[in-house]
Ligand binder design. Structure first.
Ligand code: IMP
Ligand code: MG
Length: 194
């Protein structure tokens, strides 16, 4: 397999955006299988309630859930924080709530990426008020350099440098979620990052 593949959408007359592979799909899948085992090792017999943060976590959540043995249930929540930009606004708003109560459940919050931590800090506050038995956090990617809020992932797939990444659920203005690898996005010459 080539070390770095580039995805370049066709554009007329302007320097194209490009994506340079950072974490190839096979490595993502191997790490997810390990994370699933780590989670089950910590909770060998308990039913686990996975809460995915829409939409970025969807691919990660479905792959992770299928690797965890035993009793699993799923729910989803959606927040908005980024809009169409690559810089966070720091504002988090709940746009879709859970379908069911988490009271008494062992909840694993599943997120695509931990960046400033503002989103997760907000969600953990919301969830803690609802009296779960316990809460853990699983994130595929962690960008610790950008952290503002005092939060951490209990299960972290990959720690990455401070670059804007797309693929495997992560988007730039809703695009690139369907890439199977995680890659670093370089914007075209005429585009701005915010
Ligand atoms: P935080 O609140 O700054 O930790 O940001 C969390 C959310 O911002 C993530 O769930 C992503 O939706 C988005 N985000 C942060 N960094 C990136 C990135 O590099 N690429 C795509 N989305 C990102
Ligand atoms: Mg997200």
């Amino acid at each position: 397999m080539p070390k770095s593949r580039r995805f370049q959408p066709k554009t007329k007359g302007k320097a194209a955006e490009s994506v340079r592979t950072l974490i190839p799909r096979a490595q993502i899948q191997r790490r997810i299988a390990e994370m699933a085992q780590e989670i089950r090792r910590d909770f060998p017999t308990e039913p686990l309630h996975l809460v995915g943060v829409l939409k970025g976590s969807v691919f990660f959540l479905t792959d992770l859930a299928r690797q965890i043995s035993g009793d699993i249930s799923l729910d989803f929540i959606a927040v908005s924080s980024y809009g169409h930009r690559t810089e966070t606004s720091g504002e988090v708003k709940l746009t879709r709530d859970l379908d069911s109560s988490i009271e008494g459940k062992t909840v694993i919050v599943v997120e695509d990426i931990l960046d400033t931590g503002m989103t997760l800090q907000y969600l953990l506050r919301v969830f803690e008020q609802r009296k779960p038995r316990r809460i853990r956090v699983a994130v595929l990617l962690d960008k610790p350099e950008r952290r503002i809020a005092k939060v951490r992932g209990d299960y972290v797939g990959f720690t990455i440098p401070n670059e804007f990444v797309v693929g495997y659920g992560l988007d730039y203005a809703e695009r690139y979620r369907n890439l199977a690898d995680v890659g670093v996005l370089t914007l075209g010459a005429k585009e701005k990052k915010s």
